[in-house]
Design a protein around this ligand. Structure first.
Ligand code: SF4
Length: 444
C-alpha cells in the first residue's frame, strides 16, 4: 500500500479483542498515550499506527486475532501487537512478518515504548490532558475495575496462568482511588474483574495500605465493603465459592453491593471437576449456593460451563443438567470444549466427538432456556430498579438493565414511560412482559 501522509498530531488506532480484562488493558494503553499527546482515530485511514490488543484464550480467538492483525496491516500498514497472543510472538511473526513490535498481556510500558519508537511525539503539557477517570471504551455510566492480574489456580483446560502468570493483586488504596476517580467522572456502575476475584490479596497477604487518614486491606470482603460505600452499583465478576464469600453475600443482602455473583463453575460432575483441576467440588457448591440464597433471596447467579470435556460421559453431562436446575442458575453461558494448544487437558485421552459436543450443547441450551423463561415469568408484576444504557432509536424505548443483568452478557429491560430519562439514570419500573432474558417494563 502507498505510504500515507502523517497527521499533524500523531494519531493511533486500537483494535481491542477478547475479554473485559483485555478491554481494561486497552483503556490503560490509550489513557497513557492520550496523556502524552497522541490523538485517537476510530478508523484505520485516520491513524498513523494501529495497536491490536489480541486474545489467545481459545484457538478460535487466536485465529480471530491473527485475522485482525492481517486486516490492520492491509488497511494501515503500521501495526503494534500486544495482549495474550503476544506470548506467541513466533506464531504472529510467521503469519505477519511486517508487525513492528509484539508484547504480551498487561505490558503497557512495552506497548507505549513501541509506539514512541515507531511514531514519535513531543510532549506539550498545555494540550496533553486527559479526563480524571482516564479514557474508557465502555459507556460513561459504567466501567470495569481490574483488581488483580494472573491466577494461582491451574485448571487443566486453561492457558491463562501460563500467559499471565500467578496472581498479582493491586494494592487496595490504588484500586479504591481508581474507583473514586471513576465515580467522580460520572460512573454509576462499577464491574469488578480479575481472574479470581475471591482470591484478591492472597499473594500480598491481604496487605493494608493508606487511603488518606485510614488504612484499607487488600481483601475481597474489605474491598466489597469499601466499594459499597461509594454509592454506585457494584457488580462482582469471577468469584469462586470459597467459604469467605458468605460474608460478601451479607453485604448484598444489606444492599451495599449488587445481589449478583458471576461464578465460572464449568461443570458439576465431581469426577470431571477433578480432571479439570477446578478449585471446588459439586456438593459444596450446591450447599454454598443454597446458603447464599437463604442469606440473600434476591441473589442472581451467573455461571459458565463447558460441555464435551475429555472423558465426559452421558452420566456426567446429566449430572450437570440436574445441577443447573437444582441450583437454579439464573444466567448460564455454555461453551463446547476446545482443545487449546498448550493446555494440559489436550493430552487427556477420550476426547469427545464434535457432534456429541454439539448435541450436549443444544440440550444444555434447552434446559437453560426453560429456566430463563420461568425466571422471566416470575418477574411479571414486580417493580425493580434498572439502569438506563441507551435509547433504541427504532422503537423509542430505553434499553436498560436490572440488577440481575451485567452489560453484554446478560438480559435487557425495555423501558417505556420515561421520556426525560438519560443514560446512567436509575429508574424504578414495573415489569409487564417477559421473553426469556428480555423484560418489558414501564416507568411511571
Ligand atoms: S481459575 Fe482456572 S480457568 Fe480461571 S484463569 Fe485461573 S486457571 Fe484459568
Amino acid at each position: 500500500m502507498a505510504a500515507k501522509a502523517p497527521n499533524a498530531t500523531p494519531t493511533i488506532g486500537i483494535v481491542s479483542l477478547g475479554c473485559p480484562k483485555a478491554l481494561v488493558d486497552s483503556e490503560r494503553i490509550v489513557t497513557k498515550l492520550r496523556a502524552q499527546g497522541y490523538a485517537l482515530s476510530g478508523d484505520y485511514a485516520g491513524a498513523d499506527l494501529v495497536i491490536v490488543n489480541t486474545c489467545g484464550f481459545l484457538d478460535t480467538a487466536k485465529a480471530e486475532s491473527l485475522e485482525a492483525i492481517g486486516e490492520a496491516i492491509a488497511e494501515n500498514g503500521k501495526v503494534v501487537v500486544t495482549g495474550c497472543l503476544g506470548k506467541e510472538a513466533d506464531l504472529i511473526r510467521a503469519a505477519h512478518p511486517k508487525v513492528l513490535a509484539i508484547s504480551g498481556p498487561h505490558q503497557y510500558e512495552e506497548v507505549v515504548a513501541a509506539v514512541h519508537d515507531h511514531l514519535p511525539h513531543t510532549h506539550d503539557p498545555k494540550i496533553d490532558l486527559v479526563p480524571e477517570g482516564g479514557l474508557r471504551f465502555t459507556p460513561r455510566h459504567y466501567a470495569y475495575l481490574k483488581i488483580s492480574e494472573g491466577c494461582n489456580n491451574r485448571c487443566s483446560f486453561c492457558i491463562i496462568p501460563s500467559i499471565r502468570g500467578d496472581l498479582v493483586s493491586r494494592p487496595a488504596n490504588a484500586v479504591l482511588k481508581e474507583a473514586e476517580g471513576l465515580v467522580n467522572a460520572g460512573v454509576k456502575e462499577i464491574l469488578v474483574i480479575s481472574q479470581d476475584t475471591s482470591a484478591y490479596g492472597v499473594d500480598i497477604k491481604y496487605a493494608a495500605s493508606k487511603l488518606r487518614d485510614r488504612t484499607v486491606r487488600a481483601k475481597f470482603y474489605d474491598l466489597a465493603k469499601e466499594l459499597g460505600d461509594l454509592g454506585v452499583w457494584v457488580r462482582m465478576h469471577y468469584v469462586y465459592p470459597y467459604p469467605h464469600v458468605d460474608d460478601v453475600i451479607a453485604l448484598m443482602a444489606e444492599g451495599k453491593i449488587l445481589p449478583y455473583l458471576d461464578i465460572p463453575m464449568q461443570h458439576a460432575s465431581p469426577r470431571l471437576l477433578k480432571a479439570m483441576k477446578r478449585p471446588a467440588s459439586q456438593e459444596k457448591t450446591l450447599e454454598r449456593i443454597k446458603k447464599w440464597r437463604s442469606i440473600c433471596p434476591d441473589i442472581t447467579i451467573r455461571s459458565s460451563f463447558i460441555v464435551g470435556f475429555p472423558g465426559e460421559t452421558e452420566e456426567d453431562f446429566e449430572t450437570l443438567l440436574d445441577f443447573i436446575e437444582e441450583a437454579e442458575i439464573d444466567r448460564a453461558g455454555v461453551f463446547k470444549y476446545e482443545n487449546v494448544e498448550g493446555a494440559p487437558s489436550r493430552a487427556l485421552g477420550d476426547q469427545i466427538d464434535e457432534d456429541v459436543k454439539q448435541e450436549r450443547w443444544e440440550r444444555f441450551m434447552e434446559v437453560q432456556q426453560d429456566l430463563a423463561d420461568a425466571r422471566g415469568q416470575s418477574m411479571i408484576g414486580r417493580t425493580i430498579d434498572v439502569i438506563v444504557d441507551e435509547r433504541d432509536e427504532e422503537t423509542g424505548e430505553w434499553l436498560a438493565r436490572s440488577k440481575a443483568d451485567a452489560p453484554e452478557i446478560d438480559g435487557i429491560v425495555r423501558v417505556t414511560g420515561a421520556p426525560d430519562a438519560q443514560e446512567g439514570d436509575i429508574l424504578a419500573v414495573e415489569v409487564l412482559q417477559a421473553a426469556g432474558h428480555e423484560l418489558s417494563a414501564r416507568h411511571s
